[in-house]
Design a protein around this ligand. Structure first.
Ligand code: OOB
Length: 529
């Protein structure tokens, strides 16, 4: 396994193989299998473009040849920063086949985050769209390259001499031996530390997650999946999402944004059967759907996850969209839980389902790490065949984030119903979930503290009817108190993604403290909610 990653201990790897969870196939090989099986069926739709499985398979090989000619080889890390376009899929599979590892930047990321991702992964290449998408990515790439010595190559999708141009070459890709137990790609953590951490996902573990999710959702060739969320999120990419749909021979339709207008039109045009949303988008769609003349009758189910879905909103979804609601609880780190098709209505509205895999081990513990009484709330710890054993190059953080026997401390507070369904009650991690976006409070606090006029700061999440939570910076000023706009502009100038800019500012004389001297965020939340 790539240096800097934590493999599963041998005995566990053996167990997961023997039980058939890990099947020893790489994601790159799986696309070959799918292409053989589904051939000229439509794999991907974007605007007027339709690609068959065969075309996608060939395209991935051609892109791999081009990337290889640019010097990208096995073991290299490549930061991929692309919107919801077919090239995202082709580039990722090309990298998988070369044994190189895409690092999935979030579309909303800007200089600050990208610089960090390139540095920590020692990326050799950074892949961006051209400037037509409303932001000058190539210019950003040049600035990053000046700061990151390992970054040899900038590759632009859509530019002149586009490396993703399928071309006409009939030359095949020299097969590269890729170990299915090795890292396929890196997802990003929602973050509890100042800087986001990289999550290695192996071919074996992700292929299992996708296969199990696809079976659970009973996907078939008839299914059509609409990608509404940014494709690089774990949820749309593999829960079962894009990869699950491709594994079943269905069709993936890419939406440019999450707006109800565009998405409803696509659902009607492509006869979409399922999609995945965060609660904030589900909420906006609910507001729009009663005015919509589009035919949404092809929908079989809508998945909602990424943040707590209030039961009242959940109940409105099936009648409004004429389909089932499936709550999904998950994390880029691995562990997923899904509501099942045969769960009763109440369970579907009020719980976040059952773990995906019979091999998922869930412990609910108190602050001492001891199991709580049945039905009581506690932190969820997880271990299993698709849950990471360590973040990339983060030994110190890993000490805290995992128990000695390899359970990941999720930071989520949950209860379990008598029949085992999980209910997310809250969290003990210092993260604000704004819409579906995760904002690490320490990261923003560190940036705010460095600004003139900010003496002390605590970032908290306050309730918001649409977003679920929005951010509030509680600041003890020194000298002239800053204004909200000053803070937002300063962070934006530092190259932080827009969703991280504080929504609200409160100036305080002092921050409340717990008896141990830590900032009492609960008191702040109570005061400003
Ligand atoms: C998904 O993944 P991440 O990595 O962006 O965020 C994970 C965190 C969880 O630890 C939890 O705090 C929260 O997001 N979360 C939920 C939730 N689903 C995720 N909180 C309440 N209810 C839910 N249904 O967000 C993610 C990854 C794969 C599938 C779905 C969501």
């Amino acid at each position: 396994m790539l240096a800097g990653c934590t493999p599963w201990p041998d005995e566990w790897a053996e167990r997961y193989r023997e039980s058939g969870y890990w099947q020893g196939r790489t994601l790159g090989d799986l696309l070959h299998d799918w292409a053989r099986r589904y051939d000229d069926r439509v794999a991907l739709v974007h605007r007027e473009r339709r690609l068959s499985y065969r075309e996608l398979d060939l395209w991935a090989d051609r892109v791999a040849i081009r990337l290889n000619a640019e010097g990208i080889t096995a073991g290299d890390r490549v930061v991929v920063h692309l919107p919801n376009i077919p090239e995202f899929v082709a580039v990722c599979f090309a990298l998988f086949r070369l044994g190189a590892h895409p690092v999935f930047a979030l579309a909303a990321h800007r200089g600050n985050e990208i610089r960090h991702l390139c540095r920590i992964s020692e990326a050799v290449a950074y892949i961006v769209p051209d400037g037509r998408v409303g932001y000058d990515y190539p210019a950003l790439a040049k600035r990053i390259q000046a700061d990151v010595p390992t970054l040899r190559t900038i590759l632009v999708v859509g530019g002149p001499d586009d490396f993703t141009d399928p071309g006409t070459s009939e030359r095949g890709l020299e097969p590269v031996r890729v170990d299915p137990a090795d890292v396929a790609f890196f997802l990003l953590s929602g973050g509890t530390t100042a800087l986001p951490k990289l999550i290695p996902r192996t071919h074996d573990d992700y292929a299992y997650q996708v296969r199990a999710g696809s079976e659970l959702c009973r996907l078939t060739r008839q299914d059509v999946y609409l990608v509404v969320l940014p494709i690089e999120f774990n949820f749309p990419w593999g829960c079962p999402g894009v990869l699950g749909t491709l594994s079943a021979g269905g069709t993936v339709v890419l939406a440019a944004d999450a707006g109800a207008d565009e998405c409803f039109a696509l659902i009607a045009r492509e006869r979409v059967t399922f999609t995945s949303l965060v609660p904030a988008i589900a909420h906006l769609w609910l507001e729009e759907v009663e005015w919509s003349a589009h035919d949404l009758s092809s929908l079989r189910f809508v998945q909602v996850g990424g943040a707590k879905l209030p039961a009242e909103t959940a109940r409105r979804i099936p009648p409004a969209f004429g389909c089932r609601l499936q709550q999904v609880f998950g994390m880029a780190e691995g562990m997923l839980s899904y509501v099942r098709e045969d769960d009763d209505e109440e369970t579907a509205y009020t719980t976040q389902g059952l773990p995906l895999s019979p091999a998922d081990e869930v412990r609910i513990v108190d602050e001492h790490g001891d199991p709580v009484a049945p039905g009581a709330a506690g932190e969820m710890l997880v271990r299993g065949p698709y849950t990471l054993r360590g973040y990339y190059r983060a030994p110190e953080h890993n000490e805290r984030a995992f128990t000695e026997d390899g359970f990941y401390r999720t930071g989520d507070v949950v209860t379990r119903t008598p029949d085992g369904h999980l209910v997310i009650e809250g969290r003990i991690k210092d993260v604000v979930i704004r819409g579906g976006d995760k904002i690490s409070a320490p990261e923003i606090e560190e940036h705010l503290l460095a600004l003139p006029g900010v003496h002390q700061v605590a970032l908290i999440g306050v309730p918001d009817p649409i977003l679920g939570e929005r951010t509030c910076a509680c600041v003890v000023a020194h000298g002239h108190a800053p204004e909200l706009l000053d803070l937002r502009t300063a962070l934006q100038d530092e190259g932080l993604a827009d969703y991280k800019l504080p929504d609200r500012l409160e100036i305080l004389a002092d921050l409340p403290r717990t008896p141990l001297g830590k900032v009492d965020k609960k008191a702040l939340v109570a005061r400003f909610s």
